[in-house]
Write a protein that binds this ligand. Structure first.
Ligand code: ZN
Ligand code: ZN
Length: 117
């Protein structure tokens, strides 16, 4: 029974403070012959790191951008870039009695305008 076991900062054999793990593969106790593979210590940190999936995240953003440009293109002049061609979309607002709102998205600069009908 050892009160030092489980704490990687102390030697489980003699209880002396172990040196900070460097680039070496093993952590060696300065007082006794005990040595500990460093990979076992750092392995826990690696496993707990949340692996983020950037590919999935960016595909969601791309879908959102595409949906803005789905719909009939009309000859409406964009008030920002002054070019003709805007995607026409209607969206139903929260309640039915509020009526439809028409969205115009510029196909050139993606500027959005809306008009309540
Ligand atoms: Zn030791
Ligand atoms: Zn524009």
């Amino acid at each position: 029974m050892s009160c030092f076991s489980g704490d990687p900062n102390f030697c489980p054999e003699c209880g002396s403070v172990l040196p900070v793990p460097g680039m070496r593969d093993t952590l060696r106790c300065p007082r006794c012959a005990f040595s500990l593979p460093v990979r076992e210590l750092s392995g826990q940190e690696i496993r707990s790191t949340v692996i983020f999936n950037p590919v999935e995240q960016s595909s969601i953003v791309a879908e959102d951008n595409d949906s803005e440009l789905k719909g009939p293109v009309i000859d409406r002049r964009c008030s920002r870039c002054n070019k003709e061609g805007m995607v026409y979309q209607t969206k139903q607002m929260r309640s039915a009695d509020e009526g439809q709102t028409v969205f115009f998205t510029c196909i050139h600069c993606r500027y959005q305008e809306k008009e309540d009908s």
